[in-house]
Ligand binder design. Structure first.
Ligand SMILES: *Cc1c(COP(=O)(O)O)cnc(C)c1O
Length: 395
């Protein structure tokens, strides 16, 4: 028989299992085998699979209207933007279909802001090693990962990357050519690393002093993932000028958004930017439901509680396997075990035992479960990881 994957561009290398159904934190294959999902489609399925309120919102919208384009008003999008702006630093929202598109909008807005203020020479974007901002040409240049840039032509001008945590390099890199500093408050792909809280405050201050915009990429770490609605909200006085969101905001329906302050966003005028599908009625129907559930303070308090349980259990695992584990990394439910060698085989051992986890840069076994997990799920996941490490060791 021919390989059923033969016509798929092989940029991913998925395991054999194919899932046909999901419910809550569990995924099921055709033959009914259950897996506990601790990666959630890479921090996307924040409310788990087949959440009844999301299913209902999508179904009822599907029967009414799918698409009109942004040539026409989308009332549910106006509603969602109102809620987002009432609850965050933002005053303006541009809806996209993905995280990468939110990143493109952010970079364009930052450059246009300085251009509109007579400073078209301020176009450089300063980023950090380990960054991941998506796969468009703009986003791979912002991300700066040589593996993702290789073969795709010369690097684009206007991006400067400095070492994560190198304050002197940051100070030197932010010049009168800088449009914005662009950072994930908690890096996802790059190794599940949280920026120390004092650094976020310092970064905001530096940007203010030098007339530079601060952009957060909260595509992965936002939307309740760390136990605050947005990761930067752990820190006072560190609000950005622009923020990218996606992944969890749609809970599995593809959409994202670029959020800006009034001052920054007002430079984007009719014709400045666009998207055919961005913020379409299906996405907005789901987005409103997800927003209402996750922005609830009681929901976020529960995420913080279960995060504590998970962090404690992971610390226990790291302690009992000092030969293989360096420790626990990340924040809230964007977390992981930093291993001493590439954890890809460990991911396989976990899967064989019915647990789905991810990997990230820096030898991290990455966990990004649905935010609705309970203590029982945490116990199941962590005892599985513990057993999988023992098995890995034995091989
Ligand atoms: C996933 C991700 C992106 C890209 O989002 P897509 O929806 O895949 O385009 C950008 N930034 C961060 C931090 C991400 O984790």
């Amino acid at each position: 028989m021919s390989d059923p994957r033969q016509h798929i561009m092989p940029v991913y290398n998925p395991p054999e299992e194919a899932f046909v159904r999901g419910e809550g934190a569990r995924l099921y294959t055709e033959d009914g085998t259950a897996y506990l999902d601790f990666i959630a489609g890479i921090a996307v399925s924040a409310l788990g699979h087949a959440h009844p309120a999301m299913v209902e919102a999508l179904k009822s919208q599907a029967e009414k209207l799918w698409h009109t384009s942004n040539m026409f008003r989308v009332p549910a999008g106006e509603q969602l933007a109102d809620k987002i702006c009432a609850r965050t630093f933002a005053d303006r929202v541009f809806f996209t279909n993905s995280g990468t598109e939110a990143v493109e909008c952010a970079i364009k807005t930052a450059r246009k802001y300085h251009w509109a203020n007579g400073r078209e020479d301020r176009y450089e974007i300063v980023t950090f090693t380990g960054a991941f901002h998506g796969r468009s040409l703009g986003a791979i240049n912002a991300g700066g990962n040589p593996k993702y840039l290789e073969g795709f032509g010369p690097p684009l001008p206007g991006f400067t990357q400095i070492e994560w945590g190198d304050h002197d390099a940051l100070d030197a890199a932010v010049t009168d050519k800088t449009a914005a500093v662009f950072v994930e408050p908690v890096q996802g792909e790059g190794g599940v690393r949280a920026m120390p809280e004092a650094c976020l405050t310092g970064l905001r201050k530096l940007c203010d002093e030098r007339g530079v915009l601060l952009i957060y990429d909260e595509v992965q770490c936002g939307m309740g993932r760390t136990g605050q609605l947005f990761a930067h909200e752990w820190v006072d006085d560190a609000a950005p000028d622009i923020m990218c969101v996606a992944k969890g905001v749609g809970g599995g329906f593809p959409f994202g958004a670029c959020l800006t302050t009034e001052e920054t966003g007002s430079v984007m005028q009719p014709g400045s930017h666009g998207s055919t599908y961005g913020g379409n009625p299906l996405a907005m129907a789901v987005g409103n439901v997800v927003w209402d559930i996750i922005s609830d303070e009681d929901f976020l308090a529960q995420v913080r509680r279960v995060s504590g349980t998970l962090a404690q259990s992971l610390a226990g695992i790291a302690e009992s396997h000092p030969d293989l584990c360096e420790g626990v990394t990340g924040k809230g439910l964007l977390t992981g075990l930093k291993m001493k060698e590439p954890p890809k085989p460990l991911q396989g051992h976990c899967r064989d035992k019915g647990l789905l986890v991810g990997v990230a840069g820096n030898n991290v076994l990455r966990l990004a479960p649905p935010l609705i997990i309970n203590d029982e799920d945490v116990r199941t996941a962590t005892s599985t990881i513990d057993a999988a490490i023992a098995e890995w060791k034995a091989t």
